[in-house]
Design a protein around this ligand. Structure first.
Ligand code: SF4
Length: 701
């Protein structure tokens, strides 16, 4: 009887893995494996000290995504016009033969740099995300300057500390004040909230949020600081002005650990709260309140996110925010200091995975964010070299995600461009391709992960068999290498062998050990994490005055208006300020139920997000005769986009927020939100200013 009543099969086993998505939390997961091809619920590992049993809802219901009926199952070849989305099945062998043939043709016509393998962070697994570089280097294909996500943020943080690392993220729970700045953790990295909430519950800590709209994180904060987009530098300067003015600067710390404290103090005298209020829209009292709180709370943990760096002045904003902890000396204390990402603690040796031993530094590095200009043949984007005429795309969906969408679509429509997309779903980039290959999801292959927002390396073993004819990224790279006649040890190894040798070469033991333990805690000791023996510069001093063109960063060269970067923390006026024709500033913040364009195919996520919409202050809406739910058009020099209005007094007047990323097709006319975003390079090392747009808005006709 019980058997008959049971509606769901019992799990055969609970298996450990890690979340592969582009999210700093990189949660340790426990997966119900129902049989060789099926999973049930997904939970957070309780005994992982960072995940602490909590994961986001979209991954908890991962069965909906991995067993989605729309998953790609077979290789497909285009049969209709370019972009028509008309395809027919083709065998794997014929498909890979065709890619190899097209790549060799492109190379014969225009040289090897006319082939551009293009990937990003649809999976964060080191083998499946980065293995494509091995093929690139082996064949001397065009390089990939990865810019779309982290560059302004990482550069801005490293500009001060000298190193991309900070206090143990679990120390948030031991803090007396957690400042969550420029990241809507409720939507994008739930674990930050777990640790901050623990500090509030157990220690009476305050939670402070700094952001451009009253999002879920701001709602949960004790103090919410609402800024106009791109003005965080001004806010940080005014806070530091108050700290010096009120005797809350830690003079001993400043003397021992920072470069030019007196010059900074002098510079900030004119950056008072009135000055900052006029720029940020934030009332003077809130600036004073924030400064008093962090000035009187030595144990303040600044958790600095990515959002506020996705602006033309993003690197300067990140640097300015990171300076506050150096003024108060918060770094001295457990539960204090500034943290952005732990990328520098892992000391990976990726030679084998990426084929770095074959890399020719003379090969051009094409900017990922400028894919529109590159495919449209703009000479400066191509560094005067040959056109791109063949591409393999893995783990990313540039037709929807990349800025300057109109140019991106124009580029993909070129008849002389061959595009192979290896994907899990028929994304809008896949629809624009000539050949589409079905890809595995993370539970269907072996990989290894590192946390950006924490300090673990995590195992990600294969748990179930892939559906249909899906193959892993590694399989595709190996299959192409064979056909293209290139040799490298990495092409002869399994993913597990690659992981094992990479772990050992990096000093992290073996894959057997990692799988047994599930994760490795790589947290450096307190002295190193808090820089108590000096920041990561030869003189050990935190830089208030960065040498911007020489900030150590993995970048092939400088880009954007580097010479204009402020010498000391400041409001850098390089942003797309509103003007008479474009009176609004638009930010394209992440929606809770999507992760970039991942999950925008699952019915639950779509149902919860409802439809593409834009938040507008009710007074602005009234002035423009826009009512709740009305169809509206947003526009600027780059194009126009249709959305529905959401009247919301949690945005400042003159600011619009469009939570994203919806498929382009969800918008009227098929023009997605990135039609409005620009691809001009950000100083000093590139980036995409997706939250830095001036636009107009009006009721749709
Ligand atoms: S919070 Fe981030 S890392 Fe954790 S399960 Fe969700 S998407 Fe994955």
């Amino acid at each position: 009887m019980n058997e008959m009543l049971r509606t769901k099969p019992l799990p055969k086993r609970i298996a450990a893995t890690a979340c592969p998505h582009d999210c700093p939390s990189t949660c340790a997961l426990e997966v119900e494996v129902l049989d060789e091809r099926t999973i049930g619920r997904v939970r957070g590992a309780r005994d992982n000290a960072y995940t602490s049993g909590v994961i986001c809802a979209k991954v908890a219901r991962y069965a909906e995504r991995i067993h989605h009926p729309d998953r790609l199952m077979k290789p497909l070849i285009r049969t209709g016009a370019k972009g028509s989305g008309t395809f027919a099945p083709i065998s794997w062998d014929d498909a890979l033969d065709l890619v190899a043939e097209k790549f060799l043709q492109a190379e014969a016509r225009h040289g090897s740099e006319s082939v551009w393998p293009y990937q990003y962070a649809g999976t964060m697994g080191l083998v499946m995300r980065d293995g494509i570089h091995r093929l690139r280097h082996a064949k001397r294909y065009s390089g990939f300057h990865s810019t779309i996500c982290v560059n302004p943020a990482w550069t801005g943080f490293v500009a001060g500390t000298g190193r991309l690392a900070g206090p143990d993220p679990r120390e948030m729970a031991k803090s007396d004040c957690v400042v969550i700045w420029g990241t809507n953790a409720v939507n994008t990295q739930v674990n930050v909230m777990t640790h901050a909430a623990r500090a509030r519950k157990e220690r009476g800590a305050k939670i402070v949020a700094v952001d451009v709209y009253m999002n879920g994180t701001m709602e949960q904060a004790d103090l919410a600081v609402l800024l106009r987009p791109g003005t965080d530098g001004a806010f940080a300067c005014a806070v530091m002005h108050c700290l010096f003015r009120d005797g809350k600067a830690d003079r001993d710390f400043l003397t021992q650990y920072t470069d030019v404290p007196l010059e900074l103090e002098q510079h900030l005298r004119s950056r008072d709260p009135q000055w900052a209020s006029a720029i940020t829209g934030c009332p003077v009292e809130i600036i004073e309140q924030f400064a008093a709180l962090v000035g009187n709370t030595p144990r303040t943990y600044f958790r600095l996110g990515y959002g506020f760096s996705r602006s033309r002045n993003g690197a300067a904003n990140m640097h300015a925010a990171s300076c506050i902890a150096a003024v108060t000396g918060a770094w001295r204390h457990e539960g204090g200091g500034a943290f952005h990402n732990n990328g520098d603690i892992y000391h990976w040796n990726k030679t084998l995975i990426e084929g770095l031993d074959m890399r020719d530094p003379a090969i051009r590095m094409l900017d990922q964010s400028r894919i529109g200009a590159i495919l449209c043949g703009e000479a400066d984007a191509l560094f005067g070299g040959p056109p791109v005429t063949a591409m393999l795309i893995q783990n990313t969906n540039p037709v929807t995600v990349a800025p300057d969408q109109t140019r991106v679509k124009q580029g993909f429509a070129r008849e002389d461009l061959f595009v192979c997309v290896h994907e899990q779903f028929m994304t809008e980039t896949a629809q624009a391709a000539d050949l589409v290959l079905p890809a595995t999801m993370f539970m269907e292959h072996d990989d290894v992960y590192q946390g950006g927002g924490h300090q673990y390396i995590l195992a990600g073993p294969k748990l179930i068999d892939p559906p249909g004819e899906c193959r892993s990224n590694h399989d595709v790279i190996v299959g192409l290498a064979k056909r293209l006649g290139v040799q490298h040890r990495g092409f002869d190894m399994t993913p597990r062998e690659l992981i094992d040798e990479t772990l050992q070469a990096s000093g992290w033991g073996t894959v057997d050990n990692l799988e047994r333990e599930r994760w490795i805690d790589c947290q450096p000791d307190f002295e190193r994490a808090h820089y108590t023996t000096g920041f990561a510069w030869p003189d050990g001093k935190f830089r208030f005055k960065p040498d911007w063109p020489r900030v150590p960063f993995r970048s092939p060269g400088l880009s954007g208006p580097v010479e204009g970067l402020p010498q000391l923390p400041d409001h850098w006026t390089v942003i797309e300020e509103a003007d008479q024709q474009h009176p609004f500033r638009l930010a394209t913040s992440p929606a809770r139920n999507f992760l970039n364009t991942s999950f925008n195919e699952t019915p639950t996520s779509i149902g919860r997000e409802q439809r593409p919409s834009v938040m507008i202050h009710p007074d602005d809406a009234a002035a423009l005769s826009i009512s709740e739910g009305a169809r509206v058009v947003l526009g600027n020099t780059r194009g126009r986009v249709h959305l529905h209005a959401k009247l919301f007094d949690g945005v400042r007047r003159g600011v619009l927020i469009a939570e994203s990323i919806w498929p382009n097709s969800a918008h009227e006319d098929g023009r997605g939100i990135n039609t409005l975003t620009g691809a001009d390079p950000i100083a000093p090392y590139g980036g995409a200013a997706v939250h830095d747009n001036r636009v107009w808005i009006r009721p749709a006709a």
